[in-house]
Design a binder for this molecule. Structure first.
Ligand SMILES: [Fe+2]
Length: 172
């Protein structure tokens, strides 16, 4: 099982950021991991990056689902949340598939590329539609509190072993 800790939470504690800024930072972190994976030709490093990617994405989805989307729903953004949850479902299926594949399996990198496409669509959707709507509708203080809450929730969520809990049935 993956034991890597997301690099987001391994550094020195940074000042509290708003929920939206916090989630955007995770988006940037995931984009960086995809880029590193593309250029890496070292098996051990790729294995490390794949584990880190799976963990970071899974944590990100959990924080959005448990903390951020409830606020979005309160603000009436029900359709946006439904779309985002569908995107998360597809991402989780691909993450689960990616983790089941052996590192030299020819399906591995195509699966990573499909995951990257889904993640890019998710990021685009949230950063151009959902986040601006939330920013316009919610108080800054509420978003700051939520950012702080997500930051403090993250270590406990990692301890829940989300990757096991969220893994779908094995793909045929
Ligand atoms: Fe997101």
């Amino acid at each position: 099982m993956w034991t890597l800790q997301s690099r987001i939470f391994s550094g020195a504690k940074e000042p509290t950021v708003s929920a939206i800024e916090f989630l955007k930072r995770q988006h940037r972190e995931v984009e960086q991991l995809f880029e590193q994976l593309k250029v890496s030709d070292d098996d051990r490093e790729r294995l490390h990056l794949l584990g880190n990617l799976a963990e970071t994405l899974t944590l990100h989805s959990a924080l959005e689902e448990r903390r951020f989307y409830p606020l979005c729903q309160e603000l009436g953004l029900v359709d946006d949340v439904r779309r985002s949850l569908e995107e998360h479902g597809e991402m989780k299926r691909l993450i689960s598939r990616m983790l089941q594949l052996k590192r030299r399996d020819p399906s591995l990198m195509p699966t990573v590329e499909r995951l990257q496409e889904r993640v890019e669509a998710h990021v685009e959707e949230e950063e151009t539609s959902l986040f601006p709507q939330v920013k316009a509708a919610a108080d800054d203080a509420v978003l700051d509190r939520l950012g702080e809450q997500m930051e403090s929730d993250a270590p406990a969520l990692l301890d829940e072993d989300l990757l096991e809990g969220d893994a779908d049935q094995p793909s045929p």
